[in-house]
Structures are given as structure tokens and as C-alpha cells.
Design a protein around this ligand. Structure first.
Ligand SMILES: NC(=O)c1ccc[n+]([C@@H]2O[C@H](COP(=O)([O-])OP(=O)(O)OC[C@H]3O[C@@H](n4cnc5c(N)ncnc54)[C@H](OP(=O)(O)O)[C@@H]3O)[C@@H](O)[C@H]2O)c1
Length: 292
């Protein structure tokens, strides 16, 4: 039986990846900072992992000593460990780059056969964003490590699209620009299949989006329709959003990164090769159901 380490196992995609490896017969070790979250499903319906992982390794990858031996005895490593919200202690360089590098060093020490990492679709077009630089700096280390690897590059996750549902529910929708740019976001369960396929296949770089292409306006309308509301909508012009993003750089680097990312994707289509079957409307309906 093959053994895998999943880092980022308490996050949106990590939980689905634990589940997908388990479904395919792997023995799974989950790296986490604490076991507090394992019994509950995640906030976007992603599964609880207490009954899915075979072993829990408690350690903080930003501190190398706390993860010593984390890869011992495993064949493969998967990491979706990353900073997705403001963290007033660490920078994205500390987490996306250094923490993943600490895991990679453990994988090399333990002579694992492959490392699968989640970066971002179109990263090369967004290198002005620190968080993207940190992801790609790690990808460079991974490529240079000599270890077999795969980098999965997804578009947005359904968990991010849930923000539209929250705004619609609160009766206030906020849109950047005309909302006419298109993307094909992906469900965590569909992306997890791609990640485990990547662990088992030969490709080193995999771009992945979901099965439906939607404009941001269509996503907003869909969210409003699902919660049966007509939210008051503010369309913030991109030039103004860019000005605000520039101001955030002196307040907090993580908020600045998020603002810069949002303005960047609002200016261009983000469409990756389509995968999976899950549709955003069904996800919104499920989310609206549990939030009633
Ligand atoms: N969201 C998107 O649309 C999108 C699109 C493309 C790529 N990505 C990338 O995909 C990756 C996973 O995204 P996700 O939505 O699954 O993220 P998530 O739900 O926020 O999960 C992030 C994981 O990383 C861990 N983590 C965060 N900060 C940490 C720190 N300082 N030290 C140790 N562990 C830490 C979290 O652990 P705790 O539970 O302990 O906090 C969690 O397990 C990220 O790298 C993200 O940049 C996301």
C-alpha cells in the first residue's frame, strides 16, 4: 500500500485530497498545526478528516524542528499548505515558500519518490504579487530538487466564490469593474481528483479549472438568485480599486496581496482547461441550505 503525507490537510483543498487518496487505497498521514479542526467539516462543506487520515502529525511547517521526520516512511508528499488570509505573524514568503521548503527538505531526507504542490493558474502573469512570487519561488526549489514533482495550477476555488453568496445574503453586492471577465472556478472534490491523478501520472505541470465558464456578474446573479435576494450592488471601477490596493500596501502586506490579486483577476479572463463535473449553482444551493 502506498503511503502519502498531506500538508494543508485542514484547508479547503487539503481535506478533499486526504479523502481522495483514502478513496484510492492510500495510507494517509495528515500534517496539521492542531487536531482541533479534524472532527468538523470545513466551512465550505469539505469533509471532516478524523476518520479519513490514518495518522496525524502535529507540527508547524514554519518551524523546521517541529516537523522533523514528518516524511519518514511515506512515498509521496502533497502540499496545499499556503496562506490564503491575512496572518499578522507570518508573511506569504514564510508560509508559501519557506514552510513548503521545510517540508521538501524532509521529503528529500526521507527519500520520497514524488512531491505534488498547488500553485496558482497564470502565476507568470501575476508576478507583481508577493504571494505569487512566494509560490513560484517554492516551485523553482521543487524543480531544482531532483525529486519527481507535479505542480497543479488551479483557477479559483468554489470556496472563494462563496463570498458572492455571503454578499447576496447580506443584501449588498460588491463588484470590481464591469464584472464581465470570465473564469472557470473548480470544486475542491474535482480538484482533489486532479491532484491525486498528478501524483500517479507523468505530467509536471497541470493547469486546471472547473467545467463551466462564468463571468463574475453571472456568479453574482447566480448567488442572488439562490438566496432569493436582490442585493444593492456597487460597481467599483478598476482604477479606483487599484488606488485602494496601493494604499493597503502601507497598512498590511497580506491585505495588499489580496487586493492586488482581486484587481488583477478583475481585468482579465482566467480560464484553464476544464475538469470535473461539479457546478457552482449546486454548490451555492448546498451552502445556502446549511446556512439557513
Ligand atoms: N482559493 C483559491 O481560489 C486558490 C486558487 C489557486 C490556488 N490556491 C492555493 O491553494 C492553496 C490551498 O488553498 P486552500 O483554499 O485550500 O487554503 P486554506 O483552506 O486556507 O488552507 C490552507 C492550509 O495551510 C495551512 N496554513 C496556513 N497558514 C499556515 C501557517 N502559517 N503555518 C502552517 N500552516 C498554515 C492551514 O492550516 P490551519 O488550518 O492550521 O490554518 C491549512 O491547512 C493555497 O496555497 C492557495 O494559495 C488557492
Amino acid at each position: 500500500m502506498k503511503k502519502v503525507l498531506v500538508a494543508g490537510s485542514t484547508g479547503y483543498i487539503g481535506r478533499y485530497v486526504v479523502q481522495e487518496f483514502k478513496n484510492r487505497g492510500y495510507w494517509v498521514r495528515a500534517l496539521l498545526r492542531s487536531t482541533d479542526k479534524i472532527k468538523q467539516p470545513g466551512p465550505h462543506l469539505e469533509p471532516a478528516i478524523d476518520q479519513l487520515a490514518d495518522e496525524f502529525f502535529v507540527g508547524d511547517a514554519t518551524t523546521p524542528e517541529s516537523i522533523a521526520g514528518v516524511c519518514d516512511g511515506v512515498d509521496l508528499v502533497f502540499s496545499s499548505l499556503g496562506m490564503t488570509r491575512p496572518d499578522f505573524v507570518h508573511s506569504s514568503f514564510d508560509v508559501d515558500y519557506k514552510a513548503n521548503l521545510n517540508i521538501l527538505r524532509e521529503a528529500l531526507k526521507a527519500r520520497c519518490s514524488k512531491f505534488v504542490y498547488i500553485s496558482v493558474f497564470n502565476a507568470q502573469k501575476m508576478m507583481q504579487i508577493e504571494n505569487i512570487q512566494a509560490h513560484e519561488k517554492f516551485v523553482d526549489e521543487l524543480r531544482a530538487s531532483g525529486l519527481d514533482y507535479a505542480v497543479v495550477r488551479p483557477t479559483g476555488y468554489f470556496s472563494d466564490m462563496a463570498q458572492f453568496l455571503n454578499m447576496a445574503r447580506n443584501g449588498f453586492m460588491f463588484s470590481l469593474g464591469e464584472g464581465d471577465k470570465r473564469s472557470n472556478p473548480i470544486h475542491g472534490a474535482d480538484l482533489a481528483k486532479i491532484c491525486v491523478d498528478a501524483a500517479e501520472g507523468p505530467a509536471n505541470e497541470i493547469n486546471a479549472g472547473g467545467p463551466e465558464i462564468l463571468t463574475y456578474r453571472e456568479v453574482a446573479d447566480m448567488a442572488a438568485n439562490v438566496v432569493n435576494k436582490s442585493p444593492f450592488t456597487i460597481n467599483l471601477p478598476v482604477w479606483l480599486a487599484e488606488g485602494i490596493a496601493a494604499v493597503t500596501s502601507v497598512i498590511n502586506r497580506d491585505i495588499h496581496d489580496i487586493a492586488l490579486f482581486a484587481t488583477t483577476v478583475s481585468k482579465t479572463d482566467t480560464i484553464a482547461p476544464p475538469h470535473g463535473t461539479r457546478r457552482l449553482r449546486e454548490f451555492f444551493e448546498e451552502m445556502a441550505g446549511i446556512q439557513q
